[in-house]
Design a protein around this ligand. Structure first.
Ligand code: CP
Ligand code: NVA
Length: 307
């Protein structure tokens, strides 16, 4: 395990091992047991070319709890934002840092950082995937359901970065996944092929549909995300029209299992992709999910950067 560029890079065993470590680190943190030895003296650079609340804060806090130092690098403040190449940035930062977390637009930039640098690279979201989010989601599902394999997760909404990573993550751990998107907003075709290959090995079923009710029927987990991802602000008007039938509300929830839980990576837009009664209701575990970003990413950092 050298990098986390996409969950595709990781085997089922590596994913499950990381979740196990995340659980252990979470228990230790909750019981006040310090674990600063893991990354003592190590430094992680955090490059952001997009906004963030959860990713930035959970990586900074996580790094501190593990004994290391986070350095926040707003892309506008480093030469990358003025046209220095990813190649030269990777080569230079590799001389100072022990790892880099990057949130940016192009997946190829994250892959180039890994190719040209010689330190671990962690993908903190691109237009294509959001692997750290899905590790936290799997941890949350496991905590609430006591298992992963054989459960059914329904994702309703935009076939975006979060949906793409959910496809891979669910397929790799044997969760059945159904994805309901409007026509023209499906998940990435190459990611779907990767997920289908992984699903063959774990027995996960993948269903793609344009019908939200079909996707949600008998689901254990219902998941949605914003209809307007970062960088798509100008598409808001058109997207809202197309996506309105895909709102997660009480009626849609009634097709799921009685004890189904609701997940959302956040930030959420109440009244659009989800109603307030669902996201603020008893089935919602979105803040456990947000908390688990911290624990899951600490496990990722220990796996990639620990001694
Ligand atoms: N879910 C997530 O990645 O949140 P942020 O954009 O706040 O980091
Ligand atoms: N799909 C969203 C996720 C935000 C965490 C986006 O890319 O903006």
């Amino acid at each position: 395990m050298k990098h986390l560029l996409s969950l595709n890079d990781w085997s089922t065993a590596e994913i499950l091992d990381t979740l196990k470590l995340a659980e252990k680190l979470k228990t230790e943190t909750k019981s006040g047991i310090e674990h600063t030895h893991h990354l003592k003296g190590k430094t992680l650079g955090l490059i952001f070319t997009k906004s963030s609340t959860r990713t930035r804060v959970s990586f900074e806090v996580g790094m501190t709890q593990l004994g290391g130092y986070p350095i926040f690098l707003n892309a506008n403040d480093i030469q990358l934002g003025r046209g220095e190449t990813v190649h030269d940035t990777a080569k230079t930062l590799s001389r100072y840092l022990d790892g880099i977390m990057i949130r940016t637009f192009k997946q190829s930039d994250v892959e180039d950082l890994a190719k040209y640098g010689d330190i671990p690279i962690i993908n903190g979201l691109t237009d294509l995937v959001h692997p750290c989010q899905i590790l936290a989601d799997l941890l949350t599902i496991y905590e609430h359901k006591g298992e992963l394999k054989g459960l059914k997760l329904a994702y309703v909404g935009d076939g975006n970065n979060v949906a793409n990573s959910l496809l891979i993550g669910c397929a790799k751990v044997g969760i059945h996944i159904s994805v309901a998107t409007p026509k023209g907003f499906e998940c990435d075709a190459s990611i779907l092929n990767i997920a289908k290959e992984a699903a063959k090995l774990t027995g996960s079923n993948i269903l793609l549909t344009n019908d939200p009710a079909e996707a949600v029927t008998n689901a254990d987990v219902i998941y949605t995300d914003t209809w307007i991802s970062m960088g798509q602000e100008s598409e808001k008007q058109t997207k809202v029209k197309v996506f309105t039938p895909y709102q997660v509300n009480s009626k849609l929830f009634s097709y799921a299992k009685e004890d189904a839980i609701f997940l959302h990576c956040l930030p959420a837009y109440r009244g659009y992709e989800v109603t307030q009664e669902i996201i603020d209701g008893p089935k919602s575990v979105v803040f456990d999910e947000a908390e688990n970003r911290l624990h899951a990413q600490k496990a990722v950092m220990v796996k990639l950067m620990g001694n």
